[in-house]
Design a protein around this ligand. Sequence first.
Ligand code: SF4
Length: 254
Amino acid sequence: MVNKYSQILYTLSEFLKDYPKLDISILEAVEARKNGKHFSIEEHIKGMIFSLLSNQRDWGAIYENKKVIEQIFFNFDKDQLKNIDYTYLVNALKSRKLANRSINAQMQNLKYNIEVFEQIEKEYRSLDYFITALKPTAVAVLFASKESPYKLKQMKFALVLEYLRNVGIDTAKPDVHIVRILKRLGLLNKSNNEEKQIINVLEKISLETGISVSKIDFLLWHYCSEKFCNICSANPKCSQCVIKEFCNKEEICL
Ligand code: SF4
C-alpha cells in the first residue's frame, strides 16, 4: 500500500511540474555532489554567504539578484573578501535592499569565518572531507556550537544546514515554511519541533519513501513559499490545496 508520505510528495511533485519557475539550484548541487563533484573553498564561501543573506528576510530579492551578489562578493574570492573593508559589503548590500538586520555583524565576521574554513582545509585536507565525514546534523553542530573550535560566527544551526545544502549535502533547512506545513500535516507535534528533530522527521520520511531529504524540502518549501506557489503560506489558500485530504487542520481548510 502506498503510504501517506509518498502520496503527499507525489501529489506535490505533480503539482510543481507545471509551475513555471522553481529554484532548482539545491537539487542540482546535491546531484552534482552525488556524481562526484568536488566543491572548492570559493563554492563553500558562496554557500555560506547566501545562507547568511537569507537570514530573517524573504528569499525573493536574494534569489533574483544572485548575479549582482556574486559581483558584490568578488565571485567569492577568499583573499579579496578577507582584505576588503567589511563596510563596503554592508553598503553595497544595503543600497540594493539586499541586507538584513544582522548584516553588519555578518559582514564584519566574514573574514573570521573564511579563516575557519582555511583552518579546516589545513587540518582535514579539504572542507568537502570535513562536511561529509559525519551526518549533516552533526556537522551543523560543529559549525554552530559555541563550544566548537569550528564555530562559524553569525551561523546558527538552521543557517549552517542551509549552507550545507548549498554545497550539495542532502539535508534540509528547518525554516518557518517547513515547520508550519509539517505541523499542519500532522507530521510534527509539540514534542518534536526542535530543529534537529525536524530533520529527524524529514529523514524518516526520506527512508520510508526513497525520496531524498533535499527533494522533500524542495517540494514542501516551494509549495509554501510566498515567492513561489504560495499555497500553504502564513495565510493558506486551502481551497486551492492539492493535499488538503492529508491536512490535520480541518478548521482552517475551506
Ligand atoms: S489544506 Fe490548507 S493548511 Fe492544510 S496543507 Fe493545504 S494549504 Fe496548508
